[in-house]
Structures are given as structure tokens and as C-alpha cells.
Design a protein. Structure first.
Length: 307
């Protein structure tokens, strides 16, 4: 789980910096294709050309800047590339994933910080069914997958399920759609869709998790997930990485990890598309002014061997 944004911190120790607190310098985004297969590159180019023709016939506005172009204009797409070019460790901002002594309970790699064009695109994808954004967001998530699973280490990806109410409202599961795109870009990826809702957790109550503090979110999701009976043999004894779209307090990831552990899976970490800023004492989710001026040590809480 590497990050190029580092600085020296006493006795030669290198500390990785939170990109939200210490932004990386602006530079041109890479335009090389993410596909290794020539056929996939050709199909991607054909899809882009078809989208351009459709935009001429039925003009649409960019979901980020409002320019008359495609659902995501070239400039905003490049901005999302910049915001997600350096995946980073994000569990230090999720209180449910840390114990009182500062020990990591579940390491998390985030593709980027939930802000600006990345946040706007993800909201449009989830709330308004802008499927055209799947390619750009899937590319960012694929970068986090590569960063979290370097070398030959084999782990299967387990998506966090949507609540029944959210699925009925949207008609799709955002995480599952993004993982389909990731599977296209990362050949040989193992995905095990084994988690489901129990129907007994507080998550089924009216209203979502937005605006809840750490305790409220934890209470709302406690006992809300389980591994489906037919999926237990698929994950028992297997190394698994949980995948979700947004990391806030970490309560959802912690519940998913609990359900997998009960079924005998070895949960090695989690991957998210975007991580929010650490919540302040009021639980509003915004970073305090003092917090914005300090560096986050993303190296000090590495997981132990059994995590």
C-alpha cells in the first residue's frame, strides 16, 4: 500500500501525507490507457467515439462543471484522475476502525479524498444513475485495488451490499457496478459477492446514515450483514478484501469484516473509492481548522501480522 507523497520525520522515518491536508502539486494527468489488452483498448475507444456522437445528437451537461459536453467533460475527468492518482491509507480518519490505543483494526486504502469533482461524480452516479461515469470511477477504484494488492498476493474482493431500500430506490448497487468495471481493467480479479443484509439490523429503519455520528452509525449497522449460506464455503479460510464506495466512520466496513470473520474468512483490509475528512467532535464530518493544519501520520498504524 504505497504512496509517493512522503516526508522525513525524525530518525529517518518516512511519513505518508494525507492528500487532503497536504495537496500534491498540480501536474498533467496521464492519458495512457489502463487496459493491457489491445481488444479492450479498441472497445474503449469505440465506446468513447459512440458517446461523442450521442453527445452531438442529445447534448448533456457535465455533472461537475455544467459544460455542454458529455456526462463528464474531459477537463473534469482529468481532475478526477489527479484526485485519485495516489491511493493512500485512510483508516486513521475512521474511528470505528481504530481501537482506543491507536491500533489499526482494519487497514483501508482509498483512491482519493471525497471532495470536489470526485464527490460530485460519485453522487451523480449513485443518486441520479449516471452510468456513463462508471468508466472514470471504476478506473480510480482499480488504481486503489492495484495499490492494496501489490505483487503476487492473492485476495478476493468482497463488495459491501446495498440496503434493500437503497437498491429498490436506485435499481442497482453502485459498488457492484464499479467492481464490474474494475474486473475489466484488472484481469484475473477474484470477486466473491457473498455478503447480504440480515433484515434484523437497525439499518432498515427509515433514514440513512448521513449526519449520524460514530455511535449512531455503529448502532445503525450492528448485526445488519451476514455471509449468505451458499457463500460460506467460498470465503472460509480465504484472504478477503472488502470493497465499498465511501469511507466515513468505518462502521459499515467494520460490520462487513465481522460478518466475514464469523464465516471463517481472513479479512486483510478494505478498499474504498473515496474517504471523507475525519469528523470533528460534533460528528458533523468536517475537519476542524486545527486538523487541517496538521499532517496525518499514515504510517504509524500499520496492521499487525494477524490483521
Amino acid at each position: 500500500m504505497s504512496n509517493k507523497r512522503t516526508t522525513e520525520a525524525g530518525a529517518g522515518r518516512r511519513v505518508r501525507l494525507d492528500p487532503d491536508l497536504v495537496p500534491a502539486p498540480q501536474r498533467s494527468a496521464s492519458h495512457r490507457s489502463q487496459y493491457q489488452s489491445a481488444l479492450l483498448r479498441l472497445l474503449d475507444q469505440a465506446a468513447g467515439a459512440a458517446a461523442d456522437l450521442l453527445a452531438l445528437a442529445v447534448p448533456v451537461d457535465c455533472v461537475c462543471c455544467g459544460a455542454e459536453d458529455r456526462a463528464l467533460c474531459g477537463q473534469c475527468d482529468r481532475r478526477i484522475r489527479r484526485l485519485t492518482c495516489n491511493p493512500f491509507r485512510a483508516e486513521s480518519g475512521a474511528p470505528a476502525l481504530m481501537d482506543v490505543g491507536g491500533r489499526v483494526l482494519l487497514p483501508v486504502v482509498a483512491a482519493g479524498v471525497y471532495r470536489e469533482e470526485l464527490a460530485q461524480a460519485l453522487l451523480s452516479f449513485k443518486r441520479h444513475g449516471q452510468y456513463q461515469l462508471r468508466s472514470s470511477l471504476g478506473r480510480a477504484l482499480a488504481g486503489a485495488v492495484r495499490s492494496a494488492s501489490p505483487g503476487t498476493e492473492v485476495s478476493c474482493l468482497v463488495p459491501v451490499p446495498s440496503s434493500n431500500a437503497a437498491f429498490l430506490k436506485r435499481g442497482f448497487s453502485p459498488v457492484h457496478l464499479l467492481l464490474q468495471e474494475v474486473s475489466r481493467q484488472v484481469p484475473g480479479l477474484a470477486v466473491q459477492d457473498v455478503l447480504g443484509k440480515t433484515g434484523s439490523g437497525s439499518l432498515q429503519l427509515p433514514g440513512g446514515q448521513k449526519g449520524l455520528d460514530r455511535g449512531g452509525r455503529a448502532k445503525r449497522v450492528r448485526g445488519s450483514m451476514q455471509v449468505r449460506p451458499r457463500g460460506r464455503n467460498q470465503v472460509a479460510g480465504q484472504r478477503c478484501i472488502i470493497v465499498d464506495d465511501v469511507l466515513t466512520t468505518g462502521a459499515t466496513l467494520a460490520e462487513a469484516a465481522r460478518a466475514l470473520h464469523v464465516s471463517g474468512a481472513v479479512v486483510t483490509g478494505a478498499i474504498v473509492l473515496a474517504a471523507t475528512r475525519p469528523p470533528d467532535s460534533s460528528g458533523s464530518g468536517a475537519a476542524s481548522p486545527e486538523g487541517r493544519g496538521r499532517e496525518h501520520d499514515l504510517e504509524k498504524n500499520k496492521p499487525g501480522k494477524d490483521e
